[in-house]
Design a protein around this ligand. Structure first.
Ligand code: AGP
Length: 602
């Protein structure tokens, strides 16, 4: 959610900033901008919409002498996506970029306006630059002024500030939103995640909450509440992980197709002939644990919900799943015999991160399941299992969901093995099924074309219900979320057996029902539920191995004996369905409106 890039050095700055912002664009793409100070001269460019608009606007600008520079790509929180609201924000002689939310900005703004500051944007961010100049006009000391500014900010932020009052320095602060510093000889880079600096910096330092400081003359001075502190840089991989589309039309499409391959990576070294092992865990760590609580948001929440069936069925461990933003404020009762699991693709989701911190404060053991190494959630957790999905750029998550669900299934079998809750033959059955998952994720010839053709009938009507039972209920939730995110059509996921308790009132010829009808789990039950909808004239798209006479449309899947194989096969179909509806509606599949890849605000 929003992206920040900064650079001090002699290299051409526009290219470094635009290149870095492009890497972050999928996180927020309402507007973008950058500012440079070179020879005490301030330059500032902004554009609404994608980075290419900013690039087009700055074709004739070059900055190749020594200078300081900051850039930002925005996902609007306060104020509409306009140029005035785009970052960097200018005071009289300083610029600021910021990710996060300044919670007390209204109070600060009122105070600053009373001293004569004039605000031009509706953002909370602009407060930072005016507050800095307010202090600096009195103290004539940019560092002390920045320190005083940071001390007055409440909320989550990662911020960079440059000022004519000290034109060779970048000031930085981090609290609750990610920020890192990259180093290469005398060049210093800043970014809100490591992709913009991979291939540029060789070493990195990931800032911790409460840290602030400045970079000047090839050096960084770091401080926290206790004063100046030393820090250790770590090597940064030079392998540019930046995903390319590889001939696919969209990143999301590429990511759907690569699920079969990445799933093998997820299992590698973990799924053995007759056991599942995680080098990240051991029985000592799990000693005393007799229940699991999982917190996550969005798609990650859906994978958690699916796994709760598996933890109870296979590991015989009570498992409760909560949406992180709800968990935070419910004053939860936390007991030390609970393993607290967080799931996050990005590892930066503010609500999930805060839930994790609450659990840690209560003394719980924590485990995260995440796709991004070194992310805030990974660093905050006692133990972390990486999903190994590779960088996911489509805002609508696909392969991250698949690999999260896989890791959780593996984990449930791992616990079953440790606690001997199911016979070894059943563990073997689970493992045999796991090994077949990459096959279940392959997209057979003709399937994508079939889905493309049938989607033309699903562009109107008054909404969608995705229905399923058991683990197929969370999959229904996920199918509906995918469709909503990129088609902007209303879709709901529902437990099939619950339809008759209210939602069936919506059933008529304008209602589309996507029915997940696996053969290996409660087939007769869900069949009855779908028949009830069909009897009320709803349009039925049935996804099942078993031909279903009442279906208006039918996508046939394989007769697999294990429900998880049916789960993954149906998951791909719902993903392709959402993709094709979105394409037909002419939407931006990879960067759908109003969304961002990483939600680092509450
Ligand atoms: C997925 O398609 C969504 N864009 C969104 O629901 C996402 O899963 C959610 O914001 C949580 O993100 P995380 O996995 O990075 O924590």
């Amino acid at each position: 959610m929003c992206g920040i890039v900064g650079y001090i050095g002699k290299k051409e700055k526009k290219e470094i900033l635009l290149d870095g912002l492009s890497e972050l664009e999928y996180r927020g793409y309402d507007s973008a901008g950058f500012a440079v100070i070179e020879n005490k001269e301030l330059k500032n460019f902004k554009a609404v919409g994608k980075i290419e608009n900013l690039a087009n606007k700055t074709t004739h600008y070059l900055s190749d002498g020594f200078g300081v520079s900051i850039g930002h790509t925005r996902w609007a929180t306060h104020g509409k996506p306009t140029e005035l609201n785009a970052h960097p924000h200018l005071g009289q002689y300083s610029f600021v970029v910021h990710n996060g939310i300044i919670e007390n900005y209204q109070e600060l703004k009122t105070k600053l306006q009373a001293t004569g500051a004039s605000f031009v944007s509706q953002t909370d961010t602009e407060t930072i630059v005016h507050l800095f100049e307010y202090h600096n006009n009195k103290l004539a000391n940019p560092f002390e002024s920045f320190k005083a500014t940071v001390a007055e900010l409440d909320g989550a932020y990662a911020t960079l500030l440059i000022t004519k009052a000290d034109s060779e320095t970048i000031y930085f602060a981090k609290n609750g939103s990610p920020m890192l510093i990259g180093f290469d000889d005398n060049d210093i880079y800043f970014a809100s995640s490591d992709t913009p600096i991979i291939g540029k910096a060789t070493q990195v330092y990931y800032l911790e909450d409460g840290e602030y400081g400045y970079a000047k003359d090839g050096e960084v001075k770091l401080f926290d509440a206790k004063g100046e502190k030393s820090f250790h840089k770590q090597a940064l991989s030079m392998d540019k992980a930046s995903a390319q589309k590889d001939g696919f039309r969209f990143f999301m499409e590429k990511e759907i197709y690569e699920q079969s391959r990445v799933m093998s990576e997820t299992m590698m070294g973990r799924v053995n002939d007759d056991s599942v092992d995680f080098e990240e865990l051991n029985s000592y760590f799990l000693n005393g644990i007799d229940n699991i609580k999982i917190c996550a948001c969005g798609t990650s929440y859906h994978s958690a919900l699916a796994s709760s069936y598996l933890f109870e069925r296979l590991s015989k461990i009570p498992c409760v799943v909560e949406i992180a933003s709800e968990f935070r404020y419910k004053e939860p009762l936390l007991k030390k015999n609970t393993l607290f699991i967080t799931i996050s693709q990005s590892g930066e989701t503010a609500d999930t991160l805060e839930a994790l911190k609450m659990a840690k404060r209560a003394g719980l053991k924590s485990l995260s399941i995440c796709n991004v190494d070194n992310s805030s959630i990974v660093r905050e957790s006692d133990r972390a299992i990486l999903t190994r999905a590779g960088i996911e750029k489509g805002v609508a998550s696909t392969k991250a969901f698949a690999t999260q669900t896989m890791v959780l299934w593996m984990l449930s079998v791992y616990f079953a093995g440790i606690n001997k809750t199911i016979p070894s033959e059943q563990i073997k059955t689970e493992i045999d099924a796991m090994i077949h998952v990459p096959r279940a994720l392959l997209i057979p010839d003709g399937l994508h074309e079939q889905i493309h053709r049938l989607t033309k009938r699903y562009l109107h009507g008054h909404g969608f219900f995705f229905i399923g039972r058991d683990i197929f209920f969370p999959l229904a939730l996920e199918g509906a979320l995918k469709l909503k995110e990129i088609s902007y059509l209303h879709a709901e996921g529902y437990p099939a057996g619950e339809m008759k308790h209210g939602p069936i009132a919506l059933a008529d010829s304008g209602l589309f029902t996507v029915a997940l009808m696996p053969r290996s789990l409660h087939y007769d039950k869900i069949k009855s539920n779908v028949e009830e909808l069909s009897a009320r004239d709803a349009n039925i798209l049935a996804i099942s191995p078993e031909p279903f006479k009442l279906a208006d449309d039918f996508i046939q899947t394989s007769y697999d004996s294990h429900p998880m194989l049916e789960f993954f096969e149906m998951m791909v179909i719902t993903q392709l369905f959402a993709l094709e509806v979105s394409v037909r509606l002419g939407n931006d599949v990879d960067m759908p409106r109003n969304l961002a890849k990483s939600v680092t605000v509450e």
